[in-house]
Design a protein around this ligand. Sequence first.
Ligand SMILES: [Zn+2]
Ligand SMILES: [Zn+2]
Length: 212
Amino acid sequence: MQLSRRRIILIVIVALVIAVIFHKSHKEETAECLNNMKMIWGASVSHLLENKLMGNTVISMPKIAPYLKGGVAPKCPKDTNEYASFVFDRGPRCPNSAEHSSIFVSDQCAYERACLWDMAISYGRRHHLAWDTKVDRRMVASAWSDTQIQQRDNAKLIHDSCPLATNDYPAFRLSEGPVCPSSPPHTANFRGARANSNYFDRAGNVITNRGL
Ligand SMILES: [Zn+2]
Ligand SMILES: [Zn+2]
């Protein structure tokens, strides 16, 4: 009796240790899923460029599998549903967690705006503009050669609009940076805004006293 009780305790301890080792924390699950969606979107860029497709193309997992590591689409660790097809410009969503999707969309929107802002600042420097000059996407993009834009698109995920909607980022002052036209919380989230450390402080605020 004594021995079997000990044995039961031992089994419970072993089971707990295994559970702790294999259990992914909420944070780890989220990070893994966000990374999966980035890889899926990245693979779609290759698929689009190679086949000269437009941003409204519907991307399915079998189509982009050849561009993914191991030739298979990753899975969100939170549950068993697999990533569904999506319109390229809108990007993928998590089939298992609205929270994963919402963080992904918000981060991507912040990233897009950070890149656009960075390009606008380069543009402003080249044209000796003041910090309070209003610029728009087209102006900024026109200053880039086709090769530069091609390289930029290859290197990063640039869509020039929020993954939530198709309306482009509106004109903005160089000192303020672009806002998200679809979501005020997106505008508040400016992770990645420090792309150009010459002009942004650690909090992502632009350093205007350095001039352009
Ligand atoms: Zn997920
Ligand atoms: Zn947005």
